[in-house]
Design a protein around this ligand. Structure first.
Ligand SMILES: [Zn+2]
Length: 177
């Protein structure tokens, strides 16, 4: 992946109101093309905003990958700040909040993140929800490629991607978000 800085501009920090800088970087990623990474950091209070999106805007869509082979775990995922993540087999649905950030990770990274969050919820809840052990075991297996799952990015802006030749796109009607 090649990375170059293409733009720098000022932003007003939503937390403290001081003026700081955002930088935009351009990546070229095989199969999906050019991706823009925006990174804003307030030098006064440390507020940070990071987002990532494809340069070429597509239709509102679902990006669907059947994770069925070990190598699928290494597929790159470009998830913009407005995209939701769903993994039906694991009962997972992550919808973005207003302070949500975009990121580039791998399928394995998403599965491990989901496992971490579930572990945190299960360990801080008293009494422990009944299906915790079962769900965590399933997530662990999925993150090792032992259980096939479906990773779905619900992307109303059409700027997210999964870098894998098996990816399918489903048209997203705006009212079904
Ligand atoms: Zn600030």
């Amino acid at each position: 992946m090649s990375l170059r800085k293409v733009l720098e501009y000022e932003f007003e920090c939503p937390m403290c109101g001081s003026i700081s800088k955002c930088s935009e970087y351009l990546y070229n990623i095989p199969i999906v093309g050019e991706v823009i990474l925006t990174s804003c950091k307030c030098s006064e209070c440390g507020f940070k905003h990071i987002d990532v999106r494809l340069i070429e805007v597509g239709e509102p869509r679902k990006v669907v990958l059947k994770v069925s082979e070990l190598e699928d775990l290494n597929s790159l995922v470009i998830r913009s700040s407005t995209a939701s993540i769903a993994i039906p087999e694991l009962g997972v649905e992550v919808t973005p909040g207003p302070a949500s950030m975009g990121y580039i990770t791998t399928v394995e990274g998403i599965l491990l993140d989901v496992l971490d969050k579930t572990r945190f919820i299960c360990e801080s809840a008293h009494p422990k929800p009944m299906d915790c052990d079962h769900r965590m075991e399933l997530m662990e297996k999925a993150s090792r490629g032992e259980v096939p799952v479906t990773l779905i990015l619900v992307d109303p802006e059409g700027v997210s991607a999964i870098v894998n030749k098996k990816v399918l796109f489903e048209h997203l009607k705006i009212d079904q978000q």
